[in-house]
Write a protein that binds this ligand. Structure first.
Ligand code: GDP
Ligand code: GDP
Length: 440
């Protein structure tokens, strides 16, 4: 499970600037999808050797709260959700009474806190930090978020202090999955029918209640077998959690979703045919795309719809979720069971595609054929040259293409290559990432 780190601090101290700096350089996958709702409050930070989820609690609290309510809510959220709190203060403004109040609240709780003084450019660190020792939070990190100063030291400190997790290179993370087990997360906004579907998927014979202890960000992991394949179902709806009535009432949790995505290979995105695509579905789709996971779409509550209604839903999905067009879509009724059995085949196919292994020789041949059919365009009178392609990772497959001037490859050509590889390698249900490397 990934550690969660929360940013807490008064408005304007630079929380969102720090958030953007730490979560920057994210997936190329998200780059050019218009209409995709992205989350600016929760993000994943991937550093060599350690990853974590970052929350900007400032973005979660209500604008109309007065300052002390605002700060109390932020601190409470951070204490509830995070493993480590980054408490941000403003080096220019100096120590403020609210800072002292929040510091006390954080100290009382005993959660690990790292004090960060921002906006310190052009000042001596000893002079700036002197007054903040009074907060009783120990040695501060002195940074300038806008200039990027002190960020590496801050990251080193975070790495030091977050709970021990397997320290593996981010690049290798995708390769640590067990190839003999499909980790399937069932995701969807409240009321789309996740619980009903999960009960169907698991079948009647396995009605076991799971009593795993956990916090609000934990999902239940349920191992099961189907047609000789081992699965772990990641249940964000908490269906099988015993005596947790409140669990069902909980609203959509981004943090839980992010954790589930981290744990899964394949996502089953459940939609409600009676309602079509609403804002929250788009938000969820954005998180899924960003994760690079394989996807199967289950359009639920297909029962009792008129032909015209069915047509409307189908068009609605195509139009609003074009960036998920690599995923196989099933129309099902979890309530009656129709279409549910067919989901497994698509899940297996998506998993196999996500985990695909292709030798460099084969990828290079596909690349050569693609170039022969449609040569890359000229850039400033010179032709972009591609030499060879190799597989750089899985879940999602990353195809690394080496050549000259490759950074000038237009997006349209990149998409052409992506589609060609997808077709040639029969990849279904997974995003495919194309990356270029220029070697001189
Ligand atoms: P938040 O309300 O805590 O999220 O603060 P923001 O990130 O929105 O920053 C508030 C203002 O402070 C913005 O105008 C930022 O450009 C500015 N700011 C953020 N970090 C720094 C910094 O390191 N130095 C300076 N001088 N300004 C900064
Ligand atoms: P969750 O919040 O996503 O776990 O949704 P539930 O599984 O609790 O279902 C929400 C409501 O939708 C319940 O009243 C279900 O009976 C109903 N429901 C679930 N699946 C179907 C279906 O396939 N067709 C119809 N008509 N209703 C369904």
């Amino acid at each position: 499970m990934k550690p969660v780190i929360a940013l807490v601090g008064r408005p304007n101290v630079g929380k969102s600037t720090i958030f953007n700096r730490l979560t920057r350089s994210r997936d190329a996958l998200v780059a050019d999808f218009a209409g995709l709702t992205r989350d600016r409050i929760y993000g994943t930070v991937k550093e060599p050797g350690f990853d974590f989820i970052l929350i900007d609690t400032g973005g979660l609290t209500d604008q109309t709260d007065n300052m002390s309510d605002l700060m109390r809510k932020q601190a409470k959220l951070a204490i509830d959700e995070a493993d480590l709190i980054l408490f941000i203060v403003d080096g220019r403004a100096g120590l403020m009474p609210t800072d002292s109040d929040v510091a006390q609240q954080l100290r009382n709780d005993g959660k690990p806190v790292c004090l960060v003084i921002n906006k310190t450019e052009g000042e001596r660190r000893e002079i700036i930090s002197a007054e903040f020792y009074a907060l009783g939070l120990g040695e501060p990190q002195v940074i300038s978020a806008t200039q990027g100063r002190g960020i590496d030291t801050l990251l080193a400190e975070i790495k030091e202090r977050i709970p021990a997790v397997e320290k593996i290179e981010s690049d290798e993370v995708a390769d640590t999955f067990d190839e003999n087990e499909i980790r399937l997360a069932v995701l969807g906004r409240p009321n789309v029918g996740k619980s009903t579907l999960i009960n169907r998927l698991l079948g009647e014979e396995r009605v076991v209640a799971f009593d795993e202890p956990g916090t609000t960000r934990d999902s239940i992991h349920i191992p099961f077998e189907k047609d000789g394949v081992n699965y772990t179902l990641i249940d964000t709806a908490g269906v099988r959690r015993r005596s947790k009535v409140s669990e069902k009432l909980e609203k959509f949790s981004v943090l839980k979703t992010l954790q589930a995505l981290e744990d899964a290979n394949v996502v089953m995105l459940v939609l409600d045919a009676h309602e079509g695509i609403v804002e929250q579905d788009l938000h969820l789709a954005g998180l899924i795309i960003e994760s690079g996971r394989a996807v199967v779409i289950a359009v639920n509550k297909w029962d009792g719809l008129e032909k015209s209604e069915r047509e409307w839903v189908t068009t609605n999905i195509e139009r609003r979720l074009p960036f998920l067009n690599f995923a196989k879509t099933h129309f099902i009724s979890a309530l009656h069971g129709s279409g549910v059995g067919l989901l497994f085949k698509s899940v297996r196919q998506a998993f196999q595609s996500a985990m695909t292994k292709v030798p460099t020789s084969r990828l290079t041949r596909v690349l050569e054929d693609a170039i022969a059919d449609h040569p890359p365009p000229l850039v400033r009178g010179r032709r972009i040259k591609f030499r060879y392609a190799h597989l750089g990772g899985k879940n999602p497959p990353r195809i690394i293409i080496h050549g000259n001037q490759t950074e000038s490859t237009p997006n349209s050509y990149k998409r052409y290559l992506e589609n060609t590889f997808r077709e040639a390698l029969k990849l279904q249900g997974t995003p495919v990432m194309i990356e270029f490397k220029t070697s001189d």
